[in-house]
Design a binder for this molecule. Structure first.
Ligand SMILES: NC(=O)c1ccc[n+]([C@@H]2O[C@H](COP(=O)([O-])OP(=O)(O)OC[C@H]3O[C@@H](n4cnc5c(N)ncnc54)[C@H](OP(=O)(O)O)[C@@H]3O)[C@@H](O)[C@H]2O)c1
Length: 334
C-alpha cells in the first residue's frame, strides 16, 4: 500500500513537471487562455493603460486593440504614444477610430495629474472599465551600495503612483457599480531576486496593497489582478535604476537572450484582463516551475542559491553577466 502511494506521488510530480515544460504561464492562466473568455469579450470596454509608449504596455494595448477595446494610452513620451495609437488603430482593422484611442502624456510620479487625467478620460469615453497599471522601471545594484534616494524614487514610480491612481479608480468604480484594477508586478514581486532589492521591494509592496484591496472588496463588484512577468524583451534593462540617483543601467537586451517576447506577454496580459484572473505568473520555462517550487518549497530556493550562487542566478535572469554600477560610473543621466 505504501509503495502504491509513493508510486502515485511520483507519477503526479512527473506529470506536473511535464505540464510546466509546455506552459509559459501558471496553470490557471494557461487554463483560462485555452478554455476561458476570449479577449474579444472585452470589445467596446475602455481600458486606461499607464506605460503604454513601449514594451509590455504597448503590446497589451495592441492585443486589446485587435479585439476592438477602446484605450487611454499614457506615458511621458507623447510622440511614442502617438505611434502606438496609430498602430492600435491599424491592427484594429476598422474596429477603432481616432476617437477610440486617447493619448494622455503624463509622468505618473506627478500625483497631482492623476485625478485630472482620469476625469478627462471618463468625460471623453463616458466611462472607464479597467485600469491597467504598467509603468515601471527595474534596477541592477548591490543592496549595501544603494542610495536611499534611489529607493524613494523607485517607490514613487513603481508603488505610490500605482496606489494613488488605483485609489482614484476604485472610488470611481464604487460610484458606477464596479470595475477592474490590474497591476503589472514581476516574478521579483513573488521571489526575492538578487541585485535588485529596491525593485523587488516596490513590487512586493504592490502585492501587499492589491491583496488587501481584494480582501476588502471580496464579493463586491471589483476585480483585482496582479500580473507577474519574468524576463521579457523590452527597453527594461537599459532603463533600469542602479544604486545612484539619476543613473541608468544602460545595458541592452540581446536577441539571443532567453526572454519572452513582448507580444506574447501583451497577449497573456489581455487574456488575464478578459478573465479577471487574480494573480498570474508569465515567463518562459523553467521559470514558472522554479517559481512554484520557490513559493511552495522555499527550502529549495535557498538550496539553489547556495549551490549555484547569486551571480549565476542573476545570469539566468538577464542572460548576461552582472555589471554593477561601480563599473559604469556616470553612464547616463535621467
Ligand atoms: N521586461 C521585463 O523583463 C519585465 C519583467 C517583469 C516585470 N516587468 C514590468 O513591466 C512593466 C513595463 O515594463 P517594460 O518591460 O515594458 O519596460 P519599458 O519598455 O521600459 O516600458 C516602461 C513604460 O513605463 C513608462 N514609464 C517609465 N517611467 C514613467 C514615468 N515616470 N511616468 C510615466 N510613465 C513612465 C515608459 O514610458 P515613458 O518613458 O514614455 O514615460 C514605458 O512606457 C514594469 O512595471 C516592469 O516592472 C517587466
Amino acid at each position: 500500500m505504501f509503495d502504491f502511494i509513493v508510486f502515485l506521488i511520483i507519477i503526479y510530480v512527473i506529470l506536473y513537471v511535464i505540464v510546466f515544460i509546455f506552459f509559459d504561464c501558471d496553470l490557471e492562466t494557461g487554463f483560462y487562455e485555452k478554455f476561458g473568455k476570449p479577449i474579444g469579450h472585452l470589445r467596446g470596454k475602455v481600458v486606461f493603460i499607464t506605460g503604454a509608449s513601449s514594451g509590455i504596455g504597448e503590446c497589451t494595448a495592441l492585443a486589446l486593440a485587435k479585439n476592438g477595446v477602446k484605450l487611454i494610452l499614457t506615458a511621458r513620451r507623447r510622440e511614442e504614444l502617438e505611434r502606438v495609437k496609430r498602430k492600435c488603430i491599424e491592427v484594429s482593422q476598422n474596429q477603432l477610430t481616432q476617437n477610440d484611442v486617447l493619448v494622455i502624456p503624463m509622468d505618473v510620479t506627478d500625483l497631482s495629474l492623476h485625478r485630472k487625467n482620469w476625469d478627462y478620460a471618463v468625460r471623453h469615453f463616458g466611462k472607464v472599465d479597467i485600469l491597467f497599471n504598467n509603468a515601471g522601471r527595474s534596477q541592477r545594484a548591490l543592496f549595501e551600495t544603494i542610495d536611499i534616494a534611489v529607493d524613494r524614487q523607485m517607490f514613487d514610480l513603481n508603488t505610490f503612483s500605482v496606489i494613488n491612481l488605483t485609489r482614484i479608480a476604485v472610488n470611481y468604480f464604487n460610484s458606477v457599480g464596479g470595475g477592474h484594477v490590474a497591476v503589472v508586478s514581476s516574478l521579483a514581486g513573488v521571489i526575492g531576486v538578487p541585485f535588485s532589492s529596491s525593485y523587488d521591494a516596490t513590487k512586493h509592496a504592490v502585492h501587499g496593497y492589491f491583496n488587501a484591496l481584494r480582501a476588502e472588496k471580496i464579493g463586491r463588484n471589483l476585480a483585482v489582478s496582479i500580473i507577474c512577468p519574468g524576463p521579457t524583451f523590452t527597453n527594461f534593462l537599459s532603463e533600469s535604476f542602479t544604486n545612484t540617483i539619476g543613473q541608468k543601467y544602460g545595458k541592452n537586451v540581446q536577441s539571443t537572450d532567453k526572454r519572452m517576447t513582448g507580444e506574447r506577454c501583451g497577449q497573456l496580459c489581455a487574456v488575464i484582463l478578459a478573465n479577471k484572473i487574480r494573480e498570474s505568473w508569465v515567463a518562459l520555462s523553467p521559470l514558472i516551475f522554479f517559481t512554484y517550487f520557490t513559493v511552495y518549497c522555499p527550502v529549495l530556493y535557498n538550496f539553489i542559491l547556495k549551490t549555484v550562487g547569486p551571480e549565476k542566478l542573476f545570469k539566468a535572469r538577464d542572460s548576461q553577466e552582472l555589471t554593477l554600477q561601480e563599473e559604469y560610473p556616470n553612464k547616463q543621466m535621467d
